[in-house]
Design a protein around this ligand. Structure first.
Ligand code: BTN
Length: 244
């Protein structure tokens, strides 16, 4: 799949730009990159501060699959970002994925992934708009984790367009494995790249209860499995897990 790259100096949010392009012409496959965003957003309605110097880009995919599986795209994207960023970092920097979408380096947040779904008129399947932010030169404050930037670890900083292209190429590779072979093919890989396996966590389970336990594993469809002290297992799909 070849995307058309659209570079902007300033947008409200690259994900909104992708949405606008598809709305006008659903056949367009675009990647929108911006030097800065004035209304960048993260998960759960948080702001994503987007000063110049960091990477902000979005693109879309419309997989012909059951909508219940779309949440897995966040994990698929995380694997792709991990593969690309880990090649840039020295071996002393520990890069890891925090479920569902944080890119951590030495337990500090380097980047995040925002997946938004939209049903466009005339399309049979929902479209996922995938937005990725990677701190390159600056580390804006974040809520859940102290932030970091690539500049903290490397002197020769990557070209932003090239970094985005590499992430998209790697994403497409992982996406095809996911689409044709299923998430199970990527599950153990995600676990091997993840942060906090076995650690004590809290989260809101599917039944609405706040639960405390250990991050046991990922289910076959990408939910976090938390095991409490009594051995009960809970699935967490749409919440956030907090390390205790
Ligand atoms: C998170 O960690 O909460 C996700 C952050 C995602 C930020 C990116 S930057 C590019 C794209 N445009 C946005 O407004 N958000 C995403």
């Amino acid at each position: 799949m070849t995307y058309k790259f659209l570079n902007f100096e300033k947008v409200e949010s690259t994900s909104d730009e992708v949405r606008n392009v598809i709305f006008k012409d659903p056949s367009q496959d675009v990647v929108v990159i911006a030097d800065m965003q004035t209304r960048g957003r993260g998960r759960r309605g948080r702001r994503w501060y987007s000063p110049p110097g960091n990477l902000y880009f979005s693109f879309s995919k419309t997989p012909a699959i059951n909508p219940a599986a779309l949440g897995q795209i966040s994990l698929v994207t995380g694997i792709a970002v991990h593969h690309v960023i880990s090649k840039l970092l020295p071996s002393s920097a520990q890069i890891a994925l925090k479920w569902p979408n944080d890119i951590l380096v030495n337990k500090m947040k380097l980047g995040g992934i925002l997946i938004e779904t939209e049903q466009f008129p005339g399309c049979e399947y929902a479209t996922c708009i995938i937005g990725i932010g990677i701190n390159i030169t600056s580390s804006p404050e974040m809520v859940a984790f102290p932030p970091c930037a690539l500049r903290d670890y490397i002197n020769e900083l990557p070209d932003k367009d090239e970094l985005a292209r590499n992430i998209i190429d790697e994403f497409n590779r992982c996406y095809n494995v996911w689409l044709y072979d299923g998430f199970e093919k990527l599950r153990s890989e995600w676990l091997s790249l993840s942060y906090g396996l076995g650690k004590p966590v809290s989260a809101r389970a599917e039944n609405g209860f706040e639960i405390y336990g250990r991050f046991l594993t990922l289910s076959s469809d990408g939910a976090v499995v938390i095991c409490d002290d009594d051995g009960n297992e809970y699935l967490v799909r749409s919440s956030e897990i907090t390390y205790l």
